[in-house]
Write a protein that binds this ligand. Structure first.
Ligand code: PXP
Length: 248
């Protein structure tokens, strides 16, 4: 069986991280989004954090006005973010857990534990015609809870597998991979669209691209880092090629 086309969403948060280190306008994350589009990205992802440590409100406005690719807005389930999402109406909103003191999104959303809290957000986004994605660990309980909330998409937190590979912990990597494969199968069987993201690099993209149920990968930090050495166009092109080569 031929797997469906695998989309590449390029996350441009860390272009804004570098810009914000100096407080000026350079480098411009919207220019990076345009370049990613020219290099073959299928979508742009941006995480508007409560503390605005990278993407700003002005960036989000420009992304929704100036970029033609579908915009996937990542945010926490808070009244402020809901109001912003309803104002900009991105193609999709990916709800993620957010802790002020974390360096990056450390784990998946506890959809099962927060059903009552999330219900309001998923319903409002859905009613506005915005696709609802929930960022979860590869865990059956969370998948069922996402289905119960009528989410359109689950994005599997790839970080557990990617970190295990980086640490050289093969046993853990194997277990994480098996959990992702199982999660991708059961989410798809429940009618959820399956995405994956977080920590994916040239070395780890292949296993996710090889899962036929996964239809979108969202990749940021590695691509922006790699752009320092080979340029963003080449980094995106190479990632795209590795995805295509690994696709069944
Ligand atoms: N997907 C989600 C839901 C995320 O929170 C992030 C990080 O913001 C990514 C994908 C991209 O992860 P990375 O920057 O590690 O590639």
């Amino acid at each position: 069986m031929r797997a469906p086309y695998l989309r590449l969403g390029v996350n441009i948060d860390h272009v804004a991280t570098i810009r914000n280190a100096r407080g000026g306008p350079y480098p411009d994350p919207i220019r990076a989004a345009m370049l990613a589009a020219q290099a073959g990205a299928d979508g742009i992802t941006a995480h508007l954090r409560e503390d605005r440590r990278h993407i700003s409100d002005a960036d989000l406005l420009r992304l929704s006005r100036e970029i033609e690719l579908p915009l996937n807005m990542e945010c926490a389930a808070t009244p402020e973010m809901l109001e912003i999402a309803l104002r900009h109406r991105p193609h999709a909103v990916c709800l993620v857990p957010e802790k002020r003191e974390e360096k990056t999104t450390e784990g998946g959303l506890d959809v099962a534990g927060q059903h009552n809290h999330l219900k309001h957000y998923t319903a409002r986004l859905r009613d506005a015609g915005i696709r609802v994605s929930l960022f979860i660990n590869p865990d059956e309980r969370q998948i069922i809870a996402a289905r119960d909330l009528q989410a359109d998409i689950v994005e599997l937190h790839a970080g557990g597998y990617c970190d295990a590979v980086l640490e050289g912990n093969l046993k853990k990597a194997e277990a994480e991979l098996a959990a992702h494969q199982k999660a991708a199968r059961s989410a798809a069987a429940l009618g959820l669209e399956v995405h994956a993201g977080h920590g994916i690099s040239f070395d780890t993209v292949g296993v996710f691209a090889a899962m036929p149920q996964v239809v979108e990968l969202n990749i940021g930090h590695f691509l922006i880092g790699e752009a320092i050495f080979i340029g963003l166009h080449e980094a995106v092109t190479r990632m795209r090629r590795l995805m295509d080569e690994a696709r069944p």
